[in-house]
Design a protein around this ligand. Structure first.
Ligand SMILES: C[S@@+](CC[C@H](N)C(=O)[O-])C[C@H]1O[C@@H](n2cnc3c(N)ncnc32)[C@H](O)[C@@H]1O
Length: 493
């Protein structure tokens, strides 16, 4: 690894990547890591400067005219995997060779590949782990955006795009390029999944040398800074010939107030310290301030011991199906009486700001957070569904708001609250539905085992079963989230 790091650092010098002298790129169990030397590093220091010309993207790769780029999502990951694969296949002929030779040689161990007989890992462990992942948040992430298994989308892209594209590229540009195997494409995909960054409107998802050597922590000390709004046609940060055809966004170039000329801004991708970094410590980045263990496991192949971003989520249709299954539906076309966007827009969620049972999520709407609190949106769907069966559609929003205020007065143990009327019985029904939802979720988790048995199973797992351990840890986390939610709503209303 030492030799690989030296080759990488030499390549960085040639490509103008500036690494602060107080940082060390060192070997690590998963490949590389970044540590500080004997000096304390202050906050707001630019520690790594990567010119965008050093970034490997669909736009910058040697097969750019053969690959259709995509701005984000799975399509972008697949396209970048193909760009990376071609550069890997080119070996020393690739202009990124010095960087590529430092990447992990085997596939990053992602759950999407756990049932494939590739990579020399024990298939038995993978199959066992996938069994435990059934019903978990991780399993939801193993479906592509179209709902089909992610592995099928990867295989289809390999057969339909990768094979013909590499053949065309080989005929026209790089004669003798060996046709890649599916395993090689999966390795490229695993590298993209676990290392790529969204660089800007031109490069999109890209491999960013050195930025991808930092490991993740929720107590991270560096973050990335980039000028995203560049010309999507040519990547220029300054005025360019495309400006006439593309409406400029405010960030496209920064007008100089004094003489109206654009300010020259370095077009680099920077790693900047956001806190002081102690001497002789590992320097961590963040792979997202809100990234849960399920997302870390699905995308990067690891999870944290404790992760405050863990949550359980539902999509709207699944939630409605659950609610409808337990009711005599009057009108299946309007299960909430009113369209969801009208209901949620008219609801004042701030009334729950100090609630012990509800919270305001930053992303997924219908969810339970790691403290077992339910999102106000999840609560509102349940409430509106109940209300829609009791009052005409035009009264659903008002009754939902009334129940929100009633809920809060009960939480605050306001003695003037009527605890015998309709609001009270509705609140009890709502609490009961939340409890049922938790129980319903648990039925699909952990192959019918309870939390204690799962804990015992985890203790029995040998270190030779790393995937099963990761999967069991995920199941146990989800169990404890749902258990704590169930317990608080059982005694909550
Ligand atoms: C962007 S790379 C970071 C550099 C990495 N050590 C390497 O050179 O392969 C992301 C990979 O690093 C590993 N990783 C990052 N943070 C980690 C952490 N906190 N715990 C365990 N593995 C981690 C995982 O294998 C992940 O897929």
């Amino acid at each position: 690894m030492e030799h690989k790091i030296t080759t990488l650092l030499n390549w960085c010098t040639i490509n103008d990547i500036q690494i602060d002298k107080r940082l060390r790129v060192v070997p690590d169990v998963t490949g590389l890591a970044v540590h500080s030397d004997s000096t304390l590093i202050e906050t707001s220091q630019t520690l790594v400067k990567i010119p965008k010309t050093a970034v490997l993207s669909v736009k910058s790769c040697s097969a750019s005219q053969f690959i259709e780029s995509s701005p984000y999502g799975l399509e972008a990951q697949l396209a970048l995997s193909l760009a990376l694969l071609i550069e890997l296949q080119r070996g020393t002929s690739s202009r990124w060779y010095g960087y590529l030779q430092s990447l992990p040689e085997t596939m990053v161990d992602l759950p999407v590949f756990w049932d494939l007989e590739i990579g020399g890992r024990t298939l038995e462990d993978g199959m066992e782990a996938l069994k435990w992942l059934r019903g978990t948040e991780v399993q939801k992430l193993l479906a592509g955006p179209d709902g089909n298994p992610l592995i099928e989308s990867i295989r289809n892209y390999f057969n339909e795009i990768v094979v013909p594209t590499t053949a065309r590229f080989s005929i026209k540009i790089a004669a003798g390029l060996v046709q890649p195997t599916f395993y090689q494409f999966c390795r490229a995909f695993s590298l993209v999944s676990s290392r790529a960054f969204l660089v800007d409107a031109y490069h999109g998802l890209s491999m960013v040398p050195i930025a991808d050597a930092f490991n993740h922590s929720d107590d991270h000390r560096v973050h990335l800074e980039t000028e995203y709004e560049v010309c999507p046609e040519c990547g220029s940060l300054q005025q360019c010939p495309h400006d006439q055809s593309i409406e400029l966004s405010s960030n496209h170039f920064t007008p100089n107030n004094s003489n109206d000329k654009p300010i020259q801004v370095d077009d680099t991708y920077d790693m900047v310290s956001n806190a002081t970094i102690s001497p002789h410590s590992e320097v961590f980045n963040t792979y997202g301030e809100t990234t849960s263990n399920a997302q870390l496991l699905a995308r990067y192949g690891f999870s944290l011991d404790v992760n405050e971003n863990d949550s359980i989520s539902w999509d709207f249709d699944d939630l409605i199906n659950f609610l409808e299954a337990g009711s005599q539906a009057r009108d299946l076309s309007a299960p909430l009486g009113l369209p969801w966007n009208i209901l949620s827009d008219s609801f004042d969620e701030d009334i729950f700001s100090e609630s012990e049972l509800l919270f305001k999520p930053s992303d997924a709407a219908f969810c339970i957070n790691c403290e077992g609190k339910i999102s106000w949106q999840l609560w509102l769907v349940i409430v509106s569904h109940k209300c829609a069966r009791l009052v005409p559609a035009n009264q659903v929003a008002a009754l939902s708001s009334e129940l929100g205020r009633y809920h809060i007065s009960r939480e605050k143990e306001d003695f003037e609250t009527d605890i015998s009327g309709m609001n009270n019985s509705l609140s009890q029904e709502i609490a009961y539905t939340v409890v049922e939802l938790c129980q319903h979720y648990k039925v699909q988790l952990g192959a019918g085992k309870d939390q204690e048995s799962l804990g015992n199973l985890l203790d029995e797992q040998a270190l030779s079963q790393p995937r099963t351990r990761l999967a069991l840890l995920q199941v146990i986390t989800e169990f404890s989230i749902v258990d704590s939610c169930e317990a608080s709503w059982q005694g909550g209303e």
